[in-house]
Design a protein around this ligand. Structure first.
Ligand code: 3PG
Ligand code: MG
Length: 395
């Protein structure tokens, strides 16, 4: 695989697939710029070599062609500011405007193309569409780790039309860090799994049972475990058909000598809202009509203690509904413990994309862990051992 650092971009126009699928609010302001920040070193390397960048990405999941809400033009000011370059924009990712602006591009300049998913051909992995994109640049750089699990035209197919295919810095770092955790973890190795559903995490959990010393289970998926073990969970999230699976995981963990750490208490609410009435109860003792929305304080301390003693920490998924400040305490306590493990115990800490990345950034601690992944589904699939089409396309 050719990496960014051993490629000379001088005089070249690099067609760079980035993952600029960032959250925007109603005023089209970026609410989490992790993914944009992450790609800056890749772009800067190309520019400082004397090359030019044609950036392409998707944003959201537009259904019917061009939509204001999903336009990448909203990213131009933030991107220009971060790069210190006036980023140019093409209203379409293929066609006359895109090719004129791409061919007029001079060394040191950056052009951002409109959302690739305004064409259905993108998600279909259409060859003719990929070929049109390929005409815009001299070589292809794939830096879109977050979209590498999709076999789309710009992530997996476009590479066919280039001799030079280069692995971007984000892509490289993501793979290196995931490998480090999976293959070279210093012990004790603790994985913290949260989030709503067991079904989303089952494959990664099974994989991790062969690797970790401690597996902390928090977040919405806990209630299915608790119910399966005979506890009362009131109105809490439940995947009724996953209870056997939950018991199976616990059994396998025992066989493999993995220490499973489950909540001791739960912060419950009488409705799904930030202003709900709340109380703390023991795990498995949630009254009817109440629901668990966060781990309780005893649990937060138990989890934090386990994390602080670890040398490798992988965290994927929040501990509660952290979008509501009332129910963010558990997630924030974990974020703090991961930072402490990193700073005071010299641990390697990998925060697995998606909600966990937003949670640690919201808590203002994203810079104090070893690495915050830009991938959600992509990181999980990579760690499950799947071949990602976007990575395979680079070799
Ligand atoms: C993501 O945010 O998960 C990636 O950007 C991929 O987007 P997708 O899930 O809509 O394919
Ligand atoms: Mg996704």
């Amino acid at each position: 695989m050719i990496t960014i650092d051993n490629y000379d971009f001088s005089g070249k126009k690099a067609l760079v697939r980035v993952d600029f699928n960032v959250p925007l609010n109603d005023q089209f302001e970026i609410t989490d710029d992790t993914r944009i920040k992450a790609t800056i070193p890749t772009i800067q390397k190309i520019l400082s070599d004397g090359g030019a960048c044609i950036l392409m990405s998707h944003l959201g999941r537009p259904k019917d062609g061009p939509t204001e809400k999903f336009s990448l033009k909203h990213l131009v000011p933030a991107l220009s500011l971060k790069l210190g370059v006036n980023v140019k924009f093409a209203d379409d990712c293929i066609g006359e405007e895109a090719s004129e602006k791409a061919s007029a591009l001079k060394s040191g300049e950056v052009l951002l193309l409109e959302n690739l998913r305004f064409y259905k051909e993108e998600t279909k992995g259409d060859e003719a569409f990929a070929e049109k994109l390929s005409k815009l640049g001299d070589l292809w750089v794939n830096d879109a780790f977050g979209t590498a699990h999709r076999a789309h035209a710009s992530t997996a197919i476009v590479g066919k039309f280039f001799t030079d295919k280069v692995c971007g810095k984000v892509m490289q770092a993501e793979i290196d860090n995931a490998q480090k955790v999976l293959e070279n973890a210093e012990r004790p190795f603790t994985a913290i799994m949260g989030g709503a559903k067991i079904s989303d995490k089952i494959l990664i959990i099974e994989k991790l049972l062969d690797k970790v010393d401690n597996l902390i289970i928090g977040g919405g998926m806990t209630y299915t475990f608790t119910k399966a073990l005979g506890g009362e969970i009131g109105n809490s999230l439940l995947e009724a058909d996953k209870q056997d699976l939950a018991l199976e995981i616990l059994k396998k963990a025992k066989e493999k000598g993995v220490n499973i750490v489950m909540p001791l208490d739960t912060l419950i609410a009488d409705s799904f809202s930030n202003d709900a009435k709340t109380q703390v109860v023991k795990r498995g003792q949630i009254p009817a009509d109440w629901e668990g929305l966060d781990i309780g304080p005893e649990t937060a301390e138990l989890f934090a203690e386990t994390v602080r003693k670890s040398k490798t920490v992988l965290w994927n998924g929040p501990m509660g509904v952290f979008e509501f400040p009332t129910f963010a305490k558990g997630t924030n306590a974990i974020a703090e413990a991961v930072v402490q493990a990193t700073e005071e115990n010299n641990a390697f800490s990998l925060i697995g994309g998606g909600d966990s990345a937003s949670a640690i950034n919201n808590a203002g601690m994203g810079d104090r862990v070893s690495y915050v992944s830009t991938g959600g589904g992509a990181l999980l699939e990579y760690m499950e051992g799947k071949t990602l089409p976007g990575v395979a396309a680079l070799s």
